[in-house]
Design a protein around this ligand. Structure first.
Ligand code: ADP
Length: 342
């Protein structure tokens, strides 16, 4: 298990052409990743995620600030010492980065060969790793004949070969279909739970964060614009960029066009309710409406799981005479976060 401390880190690249301003790829970012945590760094293309990952494994040097991986200050170590540190860091990639013409077992064995592990032990370790990722029967298959999900399992087995305390995942599921992505994410969750390995993953997909991360950093233009517990950040986003991510994977209120379409079909009062992690008793909400003699139908939204806690936004149509609806809305406002949709 490895703690990772990113302390006021910036990375600037020289601008292209004479007198061009430098490119600030990472701008004064601080992240404290606890040992055993799954930390997601989410942002759109160009936000600085890959640069940050290259700074963590010491492939590039920080311009300012410090990075500690466990006890090792990667931002200050000479190249010769960095190699040893990288042995404690596993990496997996969007495009898998495997030897596709070699057999599966050879791919997994590779880092052990590099580390000088004796043949007998390599064999035992490869069998154990393939068992762990569910590919024991594919040891002698050629890697290019596997499906995308199986290739990523090989990538994970290889990354785990040298018993790293930290795993860095670079858009590890972005090349996979949704079902396969979920399977690979479930495997990463096991890597974290059963082996206690700290995972830092970079992604542009909200679904990845929702599914497995404990904490999240949202990056935009090189800066960490929001940070914290996944549920806290996504159930109450504070920035526009976070709101955009939330809208891709979590139930939301209807946007103006959708609301106009809903209005065509639903002439009652439309309200939106927010449910946060069991702080609202749903039966009470529906009873409150029924007791006021008001009819209700759900017209949009839902409830889902975020960071292991439930979160929902429901748009309801309240049907009945104006005064009763008014009373129901007032009573509901006592129970939950409520918005009457214009
Ligand atoms: P992300 O991974 O979030 O897509 P990157 O870290 O790749 O973002 O890039 C962040 C910014 O830094 C971009 O504007 C990119 O063009 C710039 N950048 C990244 N690497 C280099 C480099 N080696 N030289 C110059 N600019 C770079």
């Amino acid at each position: 298990m490895t703690r990772v401390q990113i302390l006021g880190v910036s990375k600037r690249y020289p601008g292209r052409g004479k007198d061009a301003a430098p490119v600030v790829a990472v701008d004064d970012v601080s992240i404290d990743v606890a040992s055993g945590e799954i930390h997601a760094i989410i942002g759109y293309s160009g936000a600085g995620k890959s640069t940050l990952l290259r700074l963590i494994n010491g492939l590039e040097r920080t311009t300012d600030g410090r990075i500690l991986v466990g006890e090792d200050e990667v931002s200050a170590l000479p190249e010769a010492k960095l190699r040893a540190v990288r042995g404690g860091i596993g990496m997996i990639f969007q495009q898998f980065n495997l030897f596709f013409s070699k057999r599966v077992a050879k791919n997994v064995e590779y880092p052990l060969v590099v580390a000088g592990v004796p043949a007998e032990e390599r064999k035992r370790r490869v069998a154990e790793l393939l068992e762990f990722v569910g590919l024991a029967d594919k040891a002698q298959a050629y890697t290019d004949q596997l499906s995308g999900g199986q290739k990523q399992r090989v990538g994970i087995a290889r990354a785990l070969a040298t018993n790293p305390g930290l795993l860095l995942a670079d858009e590890a599921t972005s090349a996979l279909d949704p079902q396969t992505s979920q399977e690979v994410l479930a495997l990463l969750k096991r890597v974290n739970n059963e082996l206690g390995i700290t995972i830092i993953l970079i992604t542009h997909e909200m679904e990845v964060v929702r599914a497995i991360a404990d904490r999240v950093t949202v990056m935009e233009h090189g800066r960490a614009v929001e940070q914290g517990d996944v549920f806290e950040v996504f159930s109450a986003p504070a920035t526009e960029v976070t709101r955009r991510f939330v809208a891709t994977a979590l139930p939301t209120e209807p946007d103006p066009d959708h609301l106009a379409a809903l209005r065509e079909r639903h002439r009652g009062r439309l309200i939106s309710l927010t449910f946060r992690d069991g702080d609202v008793d749903q039966p009470v909400v529906f009873r409150t409406i029924a007791e006021r003699g008001v009819g209700v139908s759900i017209v949009h939204g839902g409830v889902t799981d975020v960071g292991g806690r439930s979160f929902g936004k429901l748009t309801l149509e309240l049907i009945g005479d104006d005064l009763k609806v008014e009373h129901a809305v007032a009573a509901l406002a006592q129970e939950t976060e409520l918005e009457v949709l214009a």
